[in-house]
Design a protein around this ligand. Structure first.
Ligand code: T4K
Length: 368
């Protein structure tokens, strides 16, 4: 019998019977959405778990990003990274704003703060950095630049659930941070997301924006969207949260095992996790260097031939997509590091239920 396919990720699912009592509660009270009891409980539980002041749930990370920019009254140009998922720049464009791409740091693969100031113009009003793969950005340098030029900072923290730096949650930096709870993420609610914000006033504004801009029964003040998380997603989140220790331990084991098996393979560069942080091991990216006998795409194909579906996150660069490629900042000459890395990167299967045998198979195929 052929081996089962091994995907880049698989969602963690708690035992089904544990979910039934939550469904019974929803069936009993008939509140399905619009800020019901599960929604309220999950907001509180996640704020406590993550150690953040305020958290507003969303039905996905993209709507949370769209709303975060709207809540900050961002105008004109937004500086961001080309090395991310399409949603990062799309949220800028959907707000009628112009993304300005800045190259990434070759080690962290996050936006390079040294290159941000050169991209600032009189029209710049915000920076949207991404904690790529959950590796923290240089939040101190970004804050200094933002303060100096009076810019808002909205972090796309889709990958950074539970990540901490020396000062605590990485999600407390910037004006707002946005999480994704998509099925493929460390903490999932099937679909979902959240905005982390500093105070209740900002949260109330965000709550209005995620509910069409409705303030009360007769007052609609802004052009909000429908960003509300349903009760069924929130209920699943409450259950999932109880399993986080096992989820994170499973991911730690996967990352450690890959490091042990791949560290000495010539031409394989393991993207380093920043020191002094609590990592969530949300992805396991490697770079395929020139000393490796195959190109990145040849290895990607070889793995596919073995039924292993690694992914080239993030290739192509967002800046190469047709809606961005004519921007001046999208030129490859402006983005040499990101252009290079996008051709080398491969994210290996990494999720809590990955078996010993599957992990060994992945490592063996790479080892040749
Ligand atoms: N910002 C950043 C930096 C992001 O990475 C993302 C999302 C966002 C913003 C937006 O957040 P959301 O609006 O999505 O909440 C996936 C995810 O769909 C996307 O959420 C994620 N980033 C991105 C990095 O990855 P695809 O197109 O690669 O997904 P897909 O369907 O190919 O799934 C990958 C593998 O996962 C499959 O081969 C099998 C497995 N899988 C997937 C799903 C959906 C499952 O086993 N079960 C599932 O239900 O984008």
């Amino acid at each position: 019998m052929a081996d089962e396919p091994i995907f880049v990720t698989q969602p963690y699912l708690p035992p089904l019977e544990e979910f039934t009592p939550y469904l019974e509660q929803i069936w009993a009270n008939k509140q399905l959405t619009n800020g019901g009891p599960m929604h309220q409980q999950l907001e509180q539980a996640l704020s406590d778990y993550l150690g953040v002041p305020e958290l507003a749930l969303f039905n996905n990370g993209t709507n949370a990003l769209l709303t975060a920019l709207q809540a900050m009254n961002v105008t004109g140009e937004v500086i961001t990274t080309p090395y991310s998922f399409a949603a990062t720049a799309h949220s800028i464009l959907w707000n009628g704003l112009t993304p300005v791409f800045v190259d990434i740091d070759p080690v962290t693969l996050n936006i390079d703060p040294k290159k941000i100031e050169a991209a600032i113009t009189p029209n710049t009003s915000a920076i949207m950095p991404v904690h790529c793969y959950g590796n923290p950005c240089d939040v101190t340098a970004i804050k200094q630049i933002a303060d100096k030029h009076n810019l808002r900072v909205v972090y796309d923290a889709a990958h950074a659930f539970g990540v901490e730096d020396a000062g605590g949650s990485i999600l407390c930096h910037g004006d707002l941070s946005v999480l994704s709870f998509h099925a493929t993420k460390v903490f999932n609610t099937f679909e979902g997301g959240a905005i982390i914000c500093p105070d209740t006033k900002t949260k109330q504004h965000i709550n209005n924006l995620k509910n069409f801009g409705i303030v009360d029964e007769v007052t609609v003040t802004e052009t909000g969207l429908n960003g509300k998380m349903s009760e069924i997603n929130a209920a699943f989140g409450l259950l999932q949260l109880q399993h986080m220790e096992a989820v994170l331990e499973g991911r730690r084991w996967v990352a450690q095992s890959y490091r042990e098996q791949l560290s000495d393979v010539p031409g394989i560069i393991i993207v380093p996790a920043k020191e002094q942080i609590v990592s969530n091991n949300s992805y396991f990216p490697i770079l395929i260097g020139p000393e490796y006998p195959l190109s990145r795409d040849e290895l990607y194909q070889k793995m596919k031939d073995h039924n292993i579906f690694a992914r080239r996150y993030f290739y192509p660069l967002i800046s190469d997509f047709p809606m961005y490629s004519s921007l001046k900042s999208a030129k490859q000459s402006n983005l040499p590091v990101a252009t290079h890395v996008a051709k080398q990167v491969l994210c290996l299967p990494a999720y809590p239920d990955l078996t010993d045998a599957d992990l060994n198979k992945v490592a063996k195929v790479i080892n040749g």
